[in-house]
Ligand binder design. Structure first.
Ligand SMILES: NCc1[nH]cc(CCC(=O)O)c1CC(=O)O
Length: 344
């Protein structure tokens, strides 16, 4: 048996695929795996603002080859997978999660003259008003504008190595990326600050599925689903299904400012310690001026429970004003308002 594994062509996607195949080979030593890299629109078009490219910008070409049976499984960054998949496709497995947080990388132009490699800034809060922060994510820009209104946000496109080069050479003071991508490509040394929902973490909730890998198969391919169970991480899969249900219910995509944060917590209930899933979510207006957030903590033991939890929290946020924020964003786009992340 030879399994044809599809992936984007970026260094990160290829590294992620290598890791997954390594784990599968250890579990199934008699199965052969072939890597098939495919060019996708999000990697080809480096100028159009991401929201204008639609939801399938990282996945559509790969899914077409899955359905036509040129591929048997696709390794995705889960956060790049739309929350609704094309007919005949299924998210069969979510693997263990790398650090799910966003991080700050400062431009090398801020390294101390006398101590190469040491940046004079340690956190976003250290930056002066007017400092330029690069991100192509409306989720990151909208949330950070709330906490750091003096910063100027500017689009930065390209794969991770390109964005690091642009950070150092093209007038940025810092850029925001996912820890997972940097760590998987051995760029951890560039990370100056980890961001999360805490005050010192900038109050930033991460992207749905960030840090996790999603393995997509044909809906009717039970043999492939069985084979992939060897690399499934069930707690991560349950958490990510809850996160994805929040976005699906709010009808968001990877280009709307929805942030989430999940954690498995121990809670005392009637004298018994129980492990429960804590799910936080936030919806922010593009200018960062309005935000609706909430959380829930529940015992979750199935994918259906997880999806229901995400759906309920999303409906609660929608009733608190989140749907209005998203409707305003979609109206703005429908009227052809050119979309850009930031101010510069
Ligand atoms: N399309 C961007 C993308 N998709 C997945 C990752 C990082 C890896 C992950 O979140 O699993 C990135 C880079 C980034 O957000 O900095």
């Amino acid at each position: 048996m030879t399994v044809k594994v599809g992936t984007r062509r970026s260094a990160l996607a290829l590294r992620q695929t290598e890791v997954v195949i390594g784990a599968l080979k250890r579990a199934h030593p008699h199965v052969a795996f072939e890597v098939h890299s495919v060019s996708v629109m999000g990697d080809r078009d480096k100028t159009t603002p991401l929201p204008a490219l639609g939801k399938g910008l990282w996945t559509s070409e790969l899914e077409a080859q899955l359905v036509s049976r040129e591929l048997d499984v696709i390794v995705h960054s889960l956060k790049d997978m739309p929350t609704s998949l094309p007919p005949g496709c299924a998210l069969a497995c979510v693997t263990g999660r790398e650090d799910r947080r966003d991080v700050v990388v400062f431009s090398r132009k801020h390294e101390e003259e006398e101590a190469a490699g040491r940046c004079k800034y340690g956190a976003l809060a250290d930056l002066p008003d007017g400092a330029v922060v690069g991100t192509s994510s409306v989720r990151r820009a909208a949330q950070l504008k709330r906490r750091y209104p003096g910063l100027v946000f500017r689009d930065v496109r390209g794969n991770i190595d390109t964005r690091l080069r642009k950070c150092d050479e093209e007038g940025y003071d810092a850029i925001i990326l996912a820890a997972a991508g940097l760590l998987r490509l051995d760029w951890g040394k560039r990370i100056s600050q980890y961001l999360d929902s805490s005050s010192e973490g900038g109050g930033l909730l991460h992207a749905v599925g960030q840090g996790a890998l999603g393995l997509e198969v044909r809906e009717d391919d039970d043999r492939m689903k069985e084979l992939l169970k060897a690399v499934e991480d069930t707690p991560t899969m349950l958490a990510c299904f809850a996160e994805r249900a929040v976005m699906r219910t709010l009808e968001g995509g990877c280009s709307v400012p929805i942030g989430v944060e999940t954690a498995w917590v121990e809670e005392e209930t009637a004298g018994d310690k129980m492990t429960k899933l804590r799910l936080r979510a936030v919806v922010v207006s593009l200018d960062g001026k309005e935000a609706v957030e909430g959380e829930a903590t529940k015992e979750i033991t199935s994918l259906a429970h997880a999806e229901n939890m995400g759906q309920e929290l999303a409906q609660k946020l929608a009733g608190m004003g989140a749907q209005q924020i998203l409707d305003d964003i979609n109206k703005g786009r429908a009227s052809g308002v050119a979309f850009k992340v930031g101010d510069a």
